[in-house]
Design a protein around this ligand. Structure first.
Ligand SMILES: Cc1cc2nc3c(=O)[nH]c(=O)nc-3n(C[C@H](O)[C@H](O)[C@H](O)COP(=O)(O)O)c2cc1C
Length: 228
């Protein structure tokens, strides 16, 4: 057990060092013109399912809007994002921490836009989403996500299952990062992307897919305007 704890502690220290240098580089590059990238963070516990599919609609629409934009989907489903580390508490014996590798991607100075997508669980975000957003506490040192364009997406099993509440709770957490929150823009003009999972698919939800696409386009347009 001691070996396991020792190894985890070492990995944890290496992760912290990577995070610290990525933070410093990101803060230094905040005013530098750069190639742009939009990252979607999928906070579903089920990799490749409806939240993931919804985020792909969002990313693809952003890419259509701005073909020069790079896009990437990060699936948290298979990663370990222990929330207690945000409080300075240690990993549990044998517990891994994959947050530093996610953080490194988000801190890439090329990243100008971030979409956080979550399934709706009892009217709010998944616990995995909350753990991820809590771990973003690390970015408040120097406000490394300052002025990145951010949006939220939620998928629920009911048409009115709490998607907007979920989007709003993600927005509230993101506000603590000094990002610029955007909604879907025209033509839907909603607070975020809200999708309805029917029979384990969102593909029949034309309205919801429209909001996901609008959100992607809105982030692409505002990111480009900010870079000018
Ligand atoms: C614990 C739990 C709670 C849920 N609560 C809600 C809810 O409050 N409202 C809703 O519309 N759907 C609810 N759902 C359904 C999921 O939001 C829906 O199936 C979603 O598409 C799952 O995302 P995924 O396909 O990425 O896993 C719940 C599902 C689970 C497992």
């Amino acid at each position: 057990m001691t070996d396991v704890i020792g190894r985890r502690t070492m990995i944890g220290s290496a992760g912290t060092a990577i995070l610290a240098s990525a933070l410093a580089a990101s803060i230094a590059a905040q005013e530098t013109p750069r190639k742009q990238k939009l990252i979607a963070v999928c906070c579903s516990l089920r990799k490749g399912k409806t939240t993931s599919a919804a985020l792909m609609h969002c990313l693809n629409a952003a890419k259509e809007q701005d073909p020069d934009l790079d896009t990437e989907l990060i699936e948290l489903a298979e990663l370990s994002i222990p929330a207690q580390v945000a409080l300075g508490m240690p990993l549990k014996p044998g517990e891994a921490d994959d947050f530093p590798s996610v953080a490194e991607k988000l801190l890439d100075p090329a990243v100008t836009g971030i979409v956080v997508g979550s399934p709706v669980y009892f009217g709010t975000m998944s616990a995995l989403c909350k753990a991820f957003l809590d771990r973003c506490m690390a970015f408040r040192k120097g406000f490394a996500l300052h002025n990145k364009i951010a949006g939220a997406l939620a998928v629920g099993g009911s048409r009115n299952g709490g998607q907007e509440l979920t989007v709003q709770s993600i927005h509230t957490a993101l506000m603590g990062q000094d990002v610029i929150i955007v909604g879907t823009g025209q033509p839907s003009v909603r607070i975020g992307a809200t999708l309805w999972n029917q029979d384990d698919s969102i593909e029949a939800d034309e309205f919801g897919i429209g909001t996901a696409k609008d959100l992607g386009r809105r982030i692409a347009v505002v990111s480009a305007a900010m870079a000018m």
